[in-house]
Design a protein around this ligand. Structure first.
Ligand code: G4P
Length: 530
């Protein structure tokens, strides 16, 4: 096996998804701690600032700065080279959050043990399901009072529609959280004090049948554990690696990111159960990183330069096969010509550095003079191919936007198109109303502020924005539809995208159901094609 194939095999590229505050940052930090990439918890940059309510562009810039530096973290652990993709949450939740998942080979879902499945987890989870990637669940904050463990599993299965298989089981919760029971080895892992998570702490492993156990765990807790394990062995799904790989069964782990309890056990199991970089679909069939020698990558995120004097950008790409070397020339499929990939950057722990070499599974950011679009393919292969495009995700907030000064129409159109091309917003047109106004759709409301600020500052165009009451958008899948003939509810709105494809806007999901009932054969989709 070649060196490069060996390197690729070591890669584990995954995203961490969670609802804000479930503990994603803390867990990531603990992974870095175990990987030796940081010495002390609390050093992952940007966490404090990331939590501020964002009110002006300076703050947004800072926030974007942070999301640049924390887009990908790379570190080594136990012979693996790990790439963690950050999925921005909080106010800067946007389409980028979804797109990041397109670059991952698996996802770790962090759930707060006292809350269960929350809204944002649900949304991100849907994208993972669409891609059939393995999903691992870490039930966090077991050091606080948690909901009943069976109830939590039930919640995941019902809310998300995925079967679960607990790999370990918690012993108590809150102050009484002592450790976890490893179901496969029938042994208990007891955790030692970690000085509030600043030290790694030790794990004592002891068999469930060992008489010493009664001196370590209170009798009540032990008999409850035995009862629960018996119940679990009879009722829960069996571990099945194939179902895990297809994303149909989620292995579940329990722990506390804050105190480190259960974190390393989770990391070890997870790394052995998830896969190295997977083959990707292209228009010439699947491209397998284990057999394809040439470099290939696709762009999944574009970030505008924070310095407005330079309207250049950083294009983030996921390398799918082969090896990357700084300054190399590759063929840009969509542009139809060769380009040199310059100023490549990669993030190591909390530092951003120039990268000399990278390989399949890695994520790099390269300087983009404005030629790349989301979903573009780059390759050195003589056989040209394009990776499958990245879907357009449904925006949930809409506004009608127009320029205040009618003389500035040209700049307005140029600016709004460029910002849409970066993927920060989606733009639509009125259907059959004769109005020239543009409708903007965004996944996170912060993007409206970003749009207004950038149009004013970078394009010198002042805009008026009227928010619209719609919350749902649906692409019409039928190719032979006459939009005039679609009968909707009175609060439904018909619009077009820039390629003249018809779409529908709805105020609530009830209207979607009514419209489907009223139009036999109508097929609506939550994901658009780019
Ligand atoms: P996020 O990235 O998913 O938004 O969550 P983050 O890690 O920032 O954690 C949110 C809050 O929950 C933080 O507290 C963090 O310390 C706490 N937390 C994370 N994991 C655990 C855990 O296992 N147990 C307990 N008890 N708390 C946990 P904060 O007060 O908002 O921030 P901080 O000032 O303590 O850092």
């Amino acid at each position: 096996m070649s060196n490069i194939t060996n390197e690729i095999k070591k890669r584990r590229t995954f995203a961490i998804i969670s609802h804000p505050d479930a503990g994603k940052t803390t867990l990531t930090e603990k992974f870095l701690l175990y990987g030796g990439a940081i010495n002390q918890a609390g050093s992952v940059k940007g966490k404090a600032t990331a939590k501020h309510a964002v009110s002006d562009w300076m703050e947004i810039e800072k926030e974007r700065g942070i999301s640049v530096t924390s887009s990908v973290l790379q570190f080594n652990y136990d012979g693996y080279c790990i790439n963690i993709l950050d999925t921005p949450g909080h106010q800067d939740f946007s389409e980028d959050t979804y797109r990041t998942l397109m670059a991952a080979d698996s996802a770790v879902m962090v759930i707060d043990a006292s809350k269960g499945v929350e809204a944002q987890t649900r949304k991100l989870f849907k994208v993972c399901v669409m891609r059939h990637i393995p999903i691992f669940t870490f039930i966090n904050k077991m050091d606080r009072e948690a909901r009943d463990t069976f109830e939590l599993l039930d919640d995941i299965e019902k809310e998300l529609g995925i079967a679960t298989c607990p790999v370990n089981w918690p012993i108590g919760s809150g102050k009484a959280f002592k450790g976890v029971y490893d179901r496969e080895h029938r042994e208990i892992e007891l955790f030692s004090d970690t000085q509030k998570g600043t030290k790694m702490g030790e794990v004592k492993k002891i068999s469930l049948d060992d008489p010493e156990l009664s001196t370590l765990i209170e009798e009540d807790a032990l008999s409850l554990l035995e009862e629960e394990v018996e119940l679990l062995d009879g009722a829960s799904a069996e571990f099945d690696q194939e179902l895990v790989s297809k994303g149909e069964l989620s292995p579940v782990f329990f722990g506390s990111a804050l105190t480190n309890f259960g974190v390393e056990t989770f990391l070890q199991h997870f790394l052995s159960m998830t896969s190295s970089p997977l083959p990707r679909k292209s228009d010439k069939g699947e491209i397998d990183p284990m057999t394809e020698k040439d470099f290939s990558a696709f762009v999944f995120k574009i970030q505008a330069n924070m310095n407005k004097a330079h309207r250049d950008r950083i294009a983030f790409m996921r390398i799918c096969s082969g090896e990357f070397e700084a300054g190399m020339e590759v063929y840009h499929m969509q542009g139809g010509r060769k380009v040199r990939l310059s100023q490549p950057q990669q993030m190591m722990a909390s530092e951003r550095k120039m990268v000399e070499k990278a390989c399949g599974g890695d994520i790099i950011g390269v300087f983009d003079p404005g030629i790349f679009s989301i979903g573009d393919t780059l390759t050195t292969s003589a056989e040209r191919f394009c990776y499958e495009g990245i879907p357009t995700f449904a925006p949930e907030h809409f506004a009608r936007v127009r320029q205040v000064d009618t003389m500035k129409r040209k700049q307005f159109i140029k600016g709004i198109n460029q910002i849409a091309q970066e993927g920060a917003i989606q733009i639509f047109q009125e259907y059959n109303t004769g109005m020239e106004e543009i409708i903007v759709g965004v996944v996170g409301v912060l993007q409206f502020d970003v749009l207004k600020y950038r149009l004013e500052n970078e394009y010198n165009v002042e805009i008026r924005m009227d928010q619209l009451p719609y919350e749902h958008i649906r692409w019409i899948e039928n190719t032979d539809i006459d939009l005039d003939k679609v009968i909707g509810t009175s609060d439904m709105k018909k619009i077009k995208d820039l390629k003249d494809r018809p779409l529908l806007l709805f105020v609530n999901s009830w209207s979607i159901r009514m419209t489907l009932d009223r139009n036999e054969g109508l097929v609506l989709s939550e994901f658009g094609r780019s």
